[in-house]
Unconditional design. Structure first.
Length: 108
């Protein structure tokens, strides 16, 4: 009778150890899953931040392109003004030469 009780106790202890081992394994798996979920959340946040950074960079690039375009337009306008001024200077030089010739003819 004692042997049967000892055998039953050994079997119960063996089952307890097996259940405890299974419980510990499941706990470890659950902890690993939580860590993976946390890692996924962090990665999703990084992706969101990177997306926002990219969108901000794109907006900044667009604004810079507009500024460059405006600058190019301003340069073209200034060049046109310089061409107009150069034409006026040539016209004035031409009139000065004509007047100089007229004065030279009168003085001779």
């Amino acid at each position: 009778m004692q042997k049967a009780a000892d055998a039953a106790e050994m079997e119960t202890n063996s089952m307890r150890r097996a259940l405890l081992k299974k419980y510990n394994e499941q706990t470890q798996q659950r902890e690993k899953m939580e860590q993976l979920q946390n890692h996924i959340i962090v990665m999703q946040k990084d992706v969101t931040v990177n997306k926002r950074d990219k969108e901000a960079a794109d907006e900044s690039k667009k604004a810079l392109m507009v500024t460059i375009s405006e600058g190019e337009d301003n340069v073209k306008a200034k060049n046109e003004e310089l061409v107009a001024v150069a034409a006026q200077v040539k016209a004035v030089e031409h009139r000065v030469r004509q007047k100089t010739r007229e004065v030279a003819v009168i003085n001779n």
